[in-house]
Design a protein around this ligand. Structure first.
Ligand code: SAH
Length: 210
């Protein structure tokens, strides 16, 4: 899978590629889809959600440009696959999932892999995780009309936040940087397609009402 990603997309970030090599994706997909686990596709994981496409996981992780000492917040644990990738690259990962069943499965997988630096909780991640803030890096794995203010507030100076912003059909990957003086800049990246971020500062329902 990793060789293909390198060939096809020219991915070069060695740390990200090593993380993808280390985390067995077949542990994160439903049993009947195990044979597709290493194809470059998003796959259904139940509860109307998907495990992200490996290329997108690699791309978002590379965009975060993480350092070993970083504390990272992830919104939308899903299967826990992206969480595990982040955990191999950061000091600490806090991940929030709104669907209890998915969070419980993800916690089991993270325990099986023996990753001690991950905390997963069930609540609306659009408000962030104030008791663990600030975070050097924030990754939002669901599509929002616009980045929730609470998340930018919980980002450290020098921090980066990656989020798909747009409507429910198509989004662009946006990379926010908070500079040391507190000024935030916004860089627009490629077109992507994510499931909706549903919550107080996201979409109110699946049917596209901000
Ligand atoms: N990166 C994950 C996939 C995430 S799919 C993986 O590779 O498996 C997006 C996830 O975001 C879904 O599981 C969905 O339930 C969750 N989600 C949507 N809105 C949320 C919110 N407000 N807070 C926390 N999680 C949310």
């Amino acid at each position: 899978m990793v060789t293909k990603l390198v060939k096809h997309y020219g991915l070069r970030d060695e740390r990200v590629l090593a993380a993808l090599e280390r985390v067995p994706r077949h542990l994160f997909v439903p049993e009947h889809l195990v044979n597709d686990a290493y194809s470059d596709r998003a796959l259904p994981i139940g509860c109307e959600q998907t495990i992200s496409q490996p290329y997108i996981v690699a791309r978002m992780t590379a965009e975060l440009d993480m350092r070993d000492e970083d504390s990272v917040l992830e919104i939308g644990t899903g299967s826990g696959y992206q969480t595990a990738i982040l955990a191999t690259l950061a000091r600490r990962v806090y991940s929030i999932e709104r669907v209890g069943q998915l969070a419980r499965q993800a916690i089991g997988r993270i325990q099986t892999l023996g990753l001690p630096n991950v905390k997963i909780q069930v609540f609306d991640g659009t408000v962030g995780w104030s008791s663990a803030a600030p975070f050097e890096r924030i990754l939002v794995a669901a599509a929002a009309p616009r980045v929730p203010d609470a998340l930018l507030d919980q980002l450290s100076p020098g921090g980066r936040l990656v989020i798909p912003e747009g409507d429910q059909h198509e989004q662009r990957l946006i990379n926010y940087r908070k500079h040391e003086n507190g000024v935030v800049t916004r860089h627009i990246g490629e077109a992507v397609r994510f499931v909706p971020l549903i919550g107080r500062h996201g979409w109110k329902t699946k049917e596209a009402t901000p």
